[in-house]
Ligand binder design. Structure first.
Ligand SMILES: [Zn+2]
Ligand SMILES: [Zn+2]
Length: 110
């Protein structure tokens, strides 16, 4: 009588432990999803590199600091600044900034 109850309890315990083992299941990551992740990282890196190129052309006027994606945009912008060129070389050419004038002076023979 007593032994029978014990056996019943032990058998039910073993069944419950088996069920918990069955529920413990780890699904391995699929190869296709991993490849997709790597591709997206590459695309992200390429887009960030493109973002760096956006500021490739910068206005030489330090007080302005405008940046441009294309050279002709910067040229048009500089033309708008050209009315004001306080930095003058001995040869008669004038420049918007001291830095640009110093660069010119290295080439200028006068
Ligand atoms: Zn500017
Ligand atoms: Zn000069």
């Amino acid at each position: 009588m007593f032994e029978g109850v014990k056996a019943e309890a032990s058998s039910s315990q073993s069944i419950s432990s088996q069920a918990s083992d069955g529920s413990f299941h780890i699904s391995p990551p699929s190869v296709s999803s991993f490849k997709r992740e790597v591709a997206s990282k590459k695309i992200r890196a390429a887009s960030s590199a493109r973002r760096l190129n956006i500021a490739a052309f910068k206005c030489p006027l330090e007080s302005c600091g405008s940046t441009f994606t294309a050279r002709h945009n910067l040229t048009n912008h500089i033309n708008s600044h050209n009315k004001y060129r306080p930095h003058r070389c001995l040869c008669g050419l004038s420049f918007t900034t001291q830095g640009v004038l110093n660069r010119h002076k290295k080439r200028c023979s006068k």
